[in-house]
Design a protein around this ligand. Structure first.
Ligand code: ADP
Ligand code: MG
Length: 256
């Protein structure tokens, strides 16, 4: 039988840092509360699992580059009639749509909360153990274009494919130069039915001809995106403007 002196070393060798940190204090608790050996071991394992979960969430959060503070709890659902709280919660709290490689597209004019919602869904999914990457579409297209010029596009796409949810913010801002937009098309085609995209857009599909070089490519891109997708359309006034107006009204009231 192994002696207890070897336990710290064994826990270290086995890569169980939380168990290593807690086994002694928990052993005291176990004695005080007269836990069975099995209950003690289960508690210790729970600490290890919780420690791993926290580390993974921290790692995924750092990797995702989501705008901070834009979470479900800071989104005011009362301020918008078109965004259904239950629908957003379902997307943020259940990663099954990402496992099925489905897409989400959020449409709406500037300032209505598209980026906030996209980030909130991302934060929620990280807590469910889903890897996420948030990026402005323009920045990503520029990176892919550089990769293409260096004949490394498929490598770059393969690296992105390892991240099950890619959030492309503001697809409509991509410049319509053939090189850039065909890279965007290649990204969409590469992820089709294999990994998810969450896209925010300030123009409806009917205006996406301004993003892609020709109508055929637009149709092909839209076709792939909507094949397995949830579409959220927000067509109300900017939250920023509404808040500014309300602040203005309050000021006006004071002066009245
Ligand atoms: P969009 O991406 O549609 O242009 P944003 O998501 O950037 O809009 O929203 C603009 C600002 O208003 C952000 O600071 C965002 O957090 C805030 N905002 C928008 N809608 C809401 C809302 N319903 N509740 C709380 N904050 C909101
Ligand atoms: Mg935005």
């Amino acid at each position: 039988m192994s002696s207890i002196e070897t336990l710290p070393l064994l826990l270290k060798q086995l890569g169980l840092p939380s168990m290593l940190a807690q086994w002694e204090s928990l052993a005291q608790t176990a004695q005080d509360k007269q836990w069975s050996p099995g209950a003690y071991l289960a508690q210790l394992c729970e600490h290890e699992a919780a420690g791993r979960y926290q580390k993974r969430v921290a790692r995924y959060t750092k990797e995702a580059k989501l705008p901070s503070g834009k979470t479900l709890s800071t989104f005011d659902f009362a301020a918008t009639k078109q965004v259904k709280k239950a629908q957003i919660e379902a997307l943020a709290e259940n990663g099954s749509w990402v496992r099925q490689a489905n897409n989400v597209i959020i449409f709406g004019p500037s300032g209505v909360g598209k980026t906030h919602l996209a980030a909130a869904i991302g934060h929620g999914l990280i807590a469910q153990g889903v890897r996420v990457l948030f990026t402005s579409t323009t920045a990503l297209v520029q990176k892919l274009q550089v990769a293409k010029q260096q004949y490394k596009l498929s490598e770059a796409l393969a690296k992105l494919a390892r991240i099950p949810l890619l959030i492309l913010d503001d697809i409509g801002y991509v410049k319509k130069t053939e090189m850039e937009t065909s890279t965007l098309f290649e990204l969409i085609a590469d992820r089709y039915e294999s990994s998810s995209l969450l896209i925010t857009a300030n123009q409806p599909f009917s205006e996406w001809d301004s993003i892609f070089p020709d109508n055929m490519m637009t149709v092909a891109a839209v076709d792939r995106l909507i094949h397995h997708a949830s579409v959220i359309s927000i067509i109300e006034k900017s939250y920023r403007q509404t808040q500014a107006n309300e602040a203005g009204l309050l000021l006006a009231d004071k002066h009245a």
